[in-house]
Design a protein around this ligand. Structure first.
Ligand SMILES: *Cc1c(COP(=O)(O)O)cnc(C)c1O
Length: 421
């Protein structure tokens, strides 16, 4: 017998849960790409994509995954031999650095390990060691999906300004866009990289690059950018096809229209951020409770340095893999593997897993996932203190009370049974 027969829940950090409305919007016949409604729809996508990143500057779309978006950013900003400083707080930061190196960019990686966000003192030393300003850009992940470490982008910008270093600031928001607070223009970010399959709630296949006018000018005339990667026609083209350097990704665009409506025009971006913050706090409360009686531990100790889209968790090896296997086979819940935390295939790699809470995820889904994890630990005899799921429930109940602005709203949101009618 298995209790997995029902609607499966893939709580892996991308591809994330795709809303039924997005799937329905994608389920239609091919449109005319030469004129008509598709053109009008796409014209209205650009301002909304900019609202999503809180920027008034430029945006380009690519048919591709996150790696494609990295390469797009790299190819437009750098020339061969230019210098970049990458601040790595997990596998994805390292990966962006490898993408740069592969293009012939002279890439220095400052690695902050797998359990913390960047250390501004070390960054300051690296910037001061470059008095001639040879570094063209500083690049990092906002949230690294492997470690779940989040970096304080505004503080980094403040440091760069304080040191007086003119390098461009490039941020990978693939995991955090539409999940964690991110304000591209207010925070002085020059290049922001995103992809469709995380907070944007779409299948993989669209890469997004937002760029400042400063980045555009700095990259002009570079020798890495081929016609297909060039962000100029994609952002400023006068012909429809130029925005995609060929046929538009029509069905992803239908889905994107709906996901942007849901985020920006229905729930509201600030509320989307608040929902992710509350769900993340619930996950942390559960893990901390369990951890009081066993090996369960949050990978990132400092709550301020934890992303709101995904949580990386530790257990004794091989319990993380046993738990993941049980959750999928017995309960229909797919958890993420520990990525980049230990040598793949090594014993240590079986001591990590990840729970995604990004995009189309609500309170009952997170509570369901946490209760399932608790059931799995019970079934597998993995030592833990009881009450994690209850602690999470308390956090979410509290969040609805705190979010209600007026006494009347607080009453309406109060978790008490009201007599009907
Ligand atoms: C998912 C992810 C990537 C990689 O995206 P792919 O679509 O797998 O190429 C890069 N950076 C971050 C932070 C991610 O979460």
């Amino acid at each position: 017998m298995s209790l997995a027969h029902g609607r499966p829940y893939r709580a892996i950090p991308g591809p994330s849960v795709v809303p039924d409305r997005v799937l329905a919007a994608m389920h239609q016949a091919s449109p005319n790409i030469y004129d008509g409604p598709l053109h009008d729809m796409v014209s209205a996508l650009w301002p909304d994509l900019k609202r999503l990143a809180c920027t008034d500057q430029h945006v380009a779309l690519y048919i591709g995954n996150g790696h494609a978006a990295w390469e797009a950013a790299n190819a437009n900003v750098f020339s061969r031999g230019d210098r970049a400083l990458v601040l790595a707080t997990g596998r994805f930061g390292e990966g962006w650095g490898e993408s740069m190196r592969g293009l012939g960019i002279d890439t220095e990686v400052l690695n902050f390990g797998r359990q913390a966000s960047i250390d501004l003192n070390r960054v300051e030393a690296a910037l001061r060691a470059d008095p001639r300003h040879a570094l063209k850009a500083v690049a990092l992940t906002h949230v690294d999906t492997a470690t779940s470490a989040k970096n304080d982008i505004a503080a980094l910008r403040g440091l760069m300004d304080m040191v007086g270093h003119p390098a461009l600031l490039m941020v990978d928001c693939i995991a955090s866009m539409g999940c964690d607070v991110f304000r591209m223009d207010d925070w002085g970010v020059d290049v922001t990289v995103g992809a469709s399959q995380k907070g944007l709630m779409l299948p993989p296949g669209l890469g997004v690059v937002w760029f400042s006018e400063r980045a555009r000018q700095a990259g002009r005339g570079g020798d890495l950018v081929s016609p297909w990667w060039n962000w100029e026609p994609r952002a400023f083209g006068t012909e429809f096809w130029q925005h995609f350097c060929g046929t538009a990704p029509t069905h992803h665009l239908f889905g994107l229209r709906v996901s942007l409506d849901m985020i920006l025009h229905e729930e509201g971006l600030e509320n989307v951020w608040r929902r992710h913050a509350a769900l993340a706090r619930a996950v942390w409360a559960a893990a901390e409770t369990w951890g009081a009686g066993g090996a369960m531990a949050l990978n990132i100790g400092d709550p301020a340095a934890r992303g709101h889209a995904v949580t990386t968790l530790r257990l004794d090896s091989p319990d993380a893999t046993r738990l993941r296997t049980w959750c999928e086979a017995e309960a229909g819940l797919t958890l993420g593997i520990g990525l980049g935390m230990a040598e793949p295939g090594s014993d240590a790699a079986d001591g990590f897993f990840r729970l995604a809470h990004m995009g189309h995820v609500n309170a009952h889904m997170v509570l369901g996932a946490l209760t399932t994890i608790e059931a799995g630990m019970g079934a597998l005899d993995i030592a833990h203190a009881p009450g994690g799921a209850t602690a999470a429930a308390r956090v979410l109940a509290q969040a609805t009370l705190a979010a209600a602005a007026t006494p009347a709203e607080r009453l309406a949101a109060a978790p008490v049974a009201m007599p009907a009618g």
